[in-house]
Write a protein that binds this ligand. Structure first.
Ligand SMILES: [Zn+2]
Length: 263
């Protein structure tokens, strides 16, 4: 990784991150039929006063800092989530560059991780994991595998997808039969299926284990600080997605890696 490459990829990461914000903000409203907006139209505007942004007000992260977190027209507070998503996406893209170099594998994973970031934020806010994102993520994972861009063979990618979806579906169905409650949404099955396509079947057990433990720890922490009511529901998607992102970099993708690491 040299400086020109890092600058190029960093800027790309920021610009894509800016688009992810549009998806995060508009896609759930589009799917609910609450808005006439599409992902491309209208142009970026202040959600409060609706004034279209000037070019200099639409620069990822920089504009937020220049405007000191307020709309330049109506002074409404701009959600800190916008620069946060842009910055996180830039870091993810730079991590891919650092890990894989200027290689198509880095681009494939950068795209995959951008999907995971978008899904995490949408799930956290709405508790939905839209098919419009989980399905392309699955297919891109299978295609990337078929081109040899991921560490798993196409056969393992297909098995990973089926086993990921099927295992959570089975757990949720049994849980629902026994308790009469819905523990997980179908979006979680689809997300784990997609992750299975990217990481292979052997990654699934460590994925589910680490994301369950992570979810439980965050849940306990939020409850103890009274930010989550008792019996409150924490979306599972962000934890699955983060565990998947970690596995993308630590590689190995098998349970033995974790056993070695724990010992
Ligand atoms: Zn405004």
């Amino acid at each position: 990784m040299n400086i020109p490459e890092a600058l190029l990829v960093g800027v790309f990461g920021l610009v894509i991150g800016s688009f992810l914000n549009v998806v995060i903000y508009r896609l759930p409203r589009m799917l609910e039929g609450e808005t006439q907006e599409t992902l491309s139209l209208p142009a970026s505007h202040c959600p409060v006063c609706k004034t279209p942004l000037k070019v200099w007000q639409n620069i990822p992260v920089v504009s937020y800092l220049l405007l000191q977190g307020r709309c330049g027209f109506c002074q409404a507070t701009i959600d800190w989530q916008y620069p946060c998503v842009e910055f996180t996406n830039m870091c993810l893209w730079l991590l891919c560059l650092w890990h894989w170099g200027m290689h198509p594998t880095a681009l494939a994973w950068a795209i995959g991780l951008s999907f995971l970031l978008t899904l995490s934020v949408i799930d956290w806010q709405t508790t939905y994991l839209p098919d419009a994102l989980t399905q392309p993520l699955l297919w891109i994972g299978l295609l990337a595998s078929s081109w040899g861009l991921t560490e798993v063979s196409l056969q393992h990618a297909v098995w990973g997808a089926a086993a990921g979806y099927g295992s959570l579906w089975l757990v949720a169905t049994v849980f629902q039969r026994i308790t009469g409650k819905e523990g997980m949404g179908a979006g979680d099955f689809k997300l784990l299926g997609a992750l299975g396509a990217w990481l292979g079947p052997f990654a699934l057990i460590p994925l589910v284990l680490t994301s369950s433990v992570g979810g439980a720890l965050v849940g306990i922490w939020l409850q103890s600080s009274h930010r989550l009511e008792r019996g409150g529901y924490l979306p599972f998607g962000p934890f699955l997605a983060s565990a998947g992102a970690v596995q993308a970099f630590v590689g190995g993708g098998d349970v033995f890696f974790y056993i070695n690491w724990l010992l």
